[in-house]
Write a protein that binds this ligand. Structure first.
Ligand code: ATP
Length: 254
């Protein structure tokens, strides 16, 4: 199958001289349309830097990326963000606190160009309902009036409202309790099923990666040390670092 995204020898260095830190090193992988790939690794392994590079919030110091065969850096940013959207772990810092939920969502819809007001309202309502939020109760509220779980779901609604080809999620369930966590994971599955969205699911939780993804990339100190179909990586991991990550998850023992 033709790839949606190809990432080739991607790298990012911070600082210079003795203080140089290579946060992402030579990362190469591709993502098929409708595929869910988990990126797992401990804190500091470079997962969020990789997400920011793919989203073009940060420039790489090495490597290339192609989206549907096109050099990513030749695609205008607005057009790129119509195709590639993200959900981060801390929605509070990503929202303008002075905007109501309605205004936040309308602003994002601006990326799609002119839409009729009925179309805008319909997209916003459908997106909120699909993350289990009642539009009437939430549209007039401001970020500080929402719970952490509600903010996280508004952020997911905002991303999926644009119907991106690729969704990057960075610890999207970290602010949620167990039942909402399951809701969000199932929502991501449905999104792939119904719209064929590809997903890069970043997590330190290998259990969630196992539940949701087709393939896993294991990152350690900026590099991908192991990659493969989820069952293979979990059941017959090759790299000592992956084995160590798995040994921290009680339910995978035996
Ligand atoms: N803007 C920056 N300037 C300098 N160093 C940075 C910057 N951003 C990230 N780093 C460093 O790059 C390394 C990788 O960080 P990154 O946030 O990508 O890891 P992570 O795997 O996402 O961790 P976490 O799970 O804690 O979010 C870390 O050592 C971090 O301190």
């Amino acid at each position: 199958m033709k790839s949606l995204l190809e990432v080739e020898a991607l790298g990012r260095t911070f600082g210079s001289g003795k203080r140089t830190l290579q946060a992402v090193k030579g990362v190469t992988f591709s993502l098929a349309p409708g595929e869910i790939v988990a990126v797992v690794g401990e804190s500091g392994s470079g997962k969020s830097t990789l997400a920011r590079l793919i989203l073009r919030l940060l420039s790489p110091t090495q490597g290339q990326m192609r989206l549907e065969g096109r050099d990513v850096f030749r695609i205008p940013l607005r057009a790129y963000w119509r195709m590639v959207q993200a959900v981060f772990q801390d929605p509070y810092s990503s929202f303008n606190q002075f905007y109501s939920v309605r205004r936040l969502l309308q602003k994002s819809l601006g990326l799609l160009g002119p839409l009729s007001s009925q179309e805008r309202e319909a997209r916003i309502r459908t997106a909120l309902q699909s993350v289990g939020l009642e539009p009437e109760g939430i549209l007039g509220k401001y970020p500080h009036q929402l719970s952490g779980g509600q903010r996280q779901r508004v952020m997911i609604a905002r991303a999926i409202m644009l119907r991106p080809r690729l969704l990057i999620t960075d610890e999207p369930t970290s602010a949620l309790d167990a039942s909402l966590r399951a809701t969000v994971l199932n929502l991501l599955k449905d999104l792939r099923q119904e719209q064929g969205t590809s997903i890069i699911f970043i997590t330190h939780d290998i259990g969630q990666a196992y539940y949701l993804s087709d393939r896993i990339l294991v990152m350690h100190q900026g590099e991908v040390v192991e990659e493969g179909p989820v069952e293979r990586v979990v059941e017959q991991s090759q790299h000592p670092y992956t084995k160590r990550l798995l040994s921290d998850v009680p339910r995978f023992h035996g």
